[in-house]
Design a protein around this ligand. Structure first.
Ligand code: SF4
Ligand code: SF4
Length: 75
């Protein structure tokens, strides 16, 4: 599936390569859902692919999508 640039995967999961705890917005995430360090982003970000999780967390707002993601993974 195609990425909808909803931003959820740059907020909800913990990303140790960035020292980012779960539920905290990555400081590199821009308001349009793009990444300000796209060419230098860590391997974990490069390897991330949209999947059914993106659909499972669908919601009208980023806060709600993040809440659904955290709930889904018990974070
Ligand atoms: S959660 Fe999925 S759809 Fe949203 S930005 Fe990440 S990969 Fe793209
Ligand atoms: S570095 Fe870029 S791709 Fe990785 S979580 Fe942050 S904004 Fe998203």
């Amino acid at each position: 599936m195609e990425c909808m640039r909803c931003g959820t995967c740059c907020v909800a999961p913990d990303i140790s390569a960035l020292g980012k705890p779960p539920g905290v917005r990555c400081s590199n995430l821009l308001n349009d859902g793009s990444c300000s360090i796209y060419n230098e982003r860590p391997a974990v970000c490069r390897g991330y692919r949209p999947d059914e999780i993106c659909l499972k967390v669908a919601a009208p707002t980023l806060d709600r999508r993040v809440a659904k993601y955290l709930e889904l993974f018990g974070l």
